[in-house]
Design a protein. Structure first.
Length: 513
């Protein structure tokens, strides 16, 4: 048996990995976290570098991706993930990151809790996550409202900071809503973002400089690298810049074979490589040819024009995270609703709008500038049960290689009708709120939402299922703590729940170890 590198090896330093590691190191366990392979922590230098990229990659022709996924930082992180072992995908965008902090370096930072209605099919209740939600919210810093129509829907954490001021277009919509509720099944309120408005340890509050898209230099937006700094204060924690290539069962635990050929031994492994990154690592431990499902939350983006704002000015201060959040019940069934967020366009590159208009680039950009003060974007998420994506694992043609992974995107047969009805109801609601949906609303390719789950569901009694603590039935001692272990995906943003669940599993392992 090789010497244990630690009590626990954590693979991945994104939101899930750091959340599982913190309770472990606080309890005195020796934790080695591995991530990345190369140090991709270096900041990209000057603001121009961050916005355009060292090779001007941000100026490449629009490829239909959201502005968030087109930044140099996003291209680096996503490119590094795919550069290693590509995942074949059809009608699906396989998003994964390779780099410290994971996707939280580029995320939108909207956070909310799940309630019992959202947890149907889970072996847990909201009560089981309560302590962990509170711990994570207090740690990452969240701003939002305690007392509007969305407050209870987003959760009960009482450590909220004041939300930043609303942008003018969002404020106009919210004013109309507050004066007259347009539909009893629709609710609108302040967005809840992991964006601080009061300084805290090593982080400065948002100064409304509108630079969110390119990463916040002040650290106002939560990024898991902030928790790595916290972890590094403990002598029993170590971070190594290496990538896990293979997981091998060994006497008294597991060996992690890295791409450098090192072997790290530990009695237990915490796998937090992001849903698709964890799939890559765990696939070789499952049967030779297997079909799994992967859930995503189908998402539509709707441009809105608020005519009352035409002729106004684009704000020169603000943030480009979500301003408002909403929900609309689809039926009286528990958990059957769509939810989403409203964004302003200040702080987003005009090219991402102009490229979608049926005009030449110059004309489209001029029209965008004229309309921008009156524009907002609504994103509408549907529950994961309307996705029908499959993952096929096939033995590789090369001996001793991980299986080939292929993901095919699809939606459930009833989805088109559900989506049409929701879209029509929302269009009526937007009009009552003084906003007109513009042509150009579109569903994103499955996976673009990056709300993935359902691969190794907690509570499923199959070899690829996991127990209540994410421990894979086919691989005892190996705990999945990221989205891959979520049994279902609601229409809400899921990262806060991934973090709370990882924290809950970390606490459990701290007592076991
Ligand atoms: C553009 C965008 C916007 C988003 N906005 C929101 C939002 O507003 N709200 C929300 O709730 N969610 C949002 N998300 C989703 C959110 O970013 C993810 O849910 C979250 O980052 C998942 O955390 P994770 O730790 O499970 O995985 P990741 O963040 O993917 O981290 C995985 C980590 O594992 C490491 N890793 C991978 N493979 C290996 C390996 N073989 N060896 C070692 N390390 C490895 C990676 O380097 C990375 O650090 C967004 C995502 C994107 C892309």
């Amino acid at each position: 048996m090789s010497d244990p590198a630690a009590d626990i090896v954590v693979i991945g330093s994104g939101p899930a990995g750091v959340s599982a590691a913190l309770p472990l190191v606080e309890a005195g366990r020796r934790v080695v976290m591995i991530d990345g392979g190369r140090n991709r922590d270096a900041s990209a230098g000057s603001p121009w570098h961050r916005m355009l990229g060292a090779h001007l990659e941000a100026l490449r022709p629009d490829d239909g991706l959201s502005p968030k996924l087109r930044t140099p930082e996003a291209r680096r992180l996503l490119g590094a993930f795919h550069g290693r072992e590509p995942i074949e995908a059809e009608d699906f965008l396989a998003i994964g990151a390779l780099g410290r902090g994971g996707l939280s370096r580029i995320w939108g930072a909207f956070v909310c809790e799940l309630q019992d209605d959202d947890l149907q099919g889970w072996p847990l209740t909201a009560y089981d996550l309560r302590q962990s939600y509170d711990a994570v919210v207090a740690r990452i810093g969240v701003s939002g409202s305690h007392d509007d129509d969305m407050a209870a829907f987003y959760g009960y954490s009482d450590a909220l900071q004041m939300p930043p001021p609303l942008g003018p277009t969002a404020a106009a919509i919210f004013k109309r809503y507050s004066a007259a509720r347009p539909d009893p099944e629709f609710a609108l309120g302040r967005a809840r973002n992991a964006l601080i408005t009061e300084n805290r340890w090593q982080r400065q509050s948002c100064d409304l400089r509108l630079g969110c898209l390119w990463g916040c230099e002040r650290g106002a937006i939560y990024d898991a690298r902030q928790d790595i700094a916290l972890l590094r204060q403990y002598a029993n924690f170590e971070l190594r810049d290496v990538t896990a290539r293979r997981l091998v069962r060994a006497d008294g635990g597991w060996d992690v074979i890295t791409t450098r050929g090192d072997r790290l031994h530990a009695p237990r492994l915490v796998v937090a490589a992001g849903t698709l990154g964890s799939l890559r690592l765990v696939a070789p431990l499952l049967g030779p040819a297997l079909e799994l499902r992967v859930l995503n939350s189908p998402v539509m983006a709707v441009p809105l024009l608020v005519p009352g704002r035409l002729g106004g000015k684009l704000p020169d201060a603000g943030h480009s995270l979500a301003q408002l959040g909403f929900r609309l019940a689809c039926s009286t069934k528990p958990g059957d609703y769509v939810s989403g967020a409203i964004y302003e366009v200040a702080g987003l590159p005009p090219s991402s709008f102009a490229a979608r208009m049926p005009l030449g680039r110059r004309a489209a950009t001029e029209i965008f500038h004229a309309l921008a003060p009156a524009l907002a974007i609504a994103t509408v998420y549907f529950p994961g049960r309307y996705s029908a994506n499959t993952v096929t694992l096939r033995p590789s043609a090369q001996a001793d290689q991980a299986p080939d992974i292929e993901v095919r995107g699809a939606v459930a047969p009833e989805f088109d009708e559900v989506a049409r009805t929701a879209r029509e109801r929302l269009a009526r609601i937007w009009r009552r709120l003084g906003a007109r949906p513009l042509p150009g609303a579109a569903f994103a390719t499955a996976g673009t939402d990056a709300h993935l789950g359902g691969l190794f569901p907690m509570g499923l009694a199959a070899p690829h299922g996991t127990n209540n603590y994410g421990e894979l039935h086919a691989a005892p001692g190996l705990h999945l703590v990221d989205g891959s272990a979520l049994p279902t995906i609601p229409s809400k943003f899921t990262t806060l729940t991934i973090m709370a669940n990882a924290d809950r599993i970390g606490r459990y392992l701290a007592e076991l170890a």
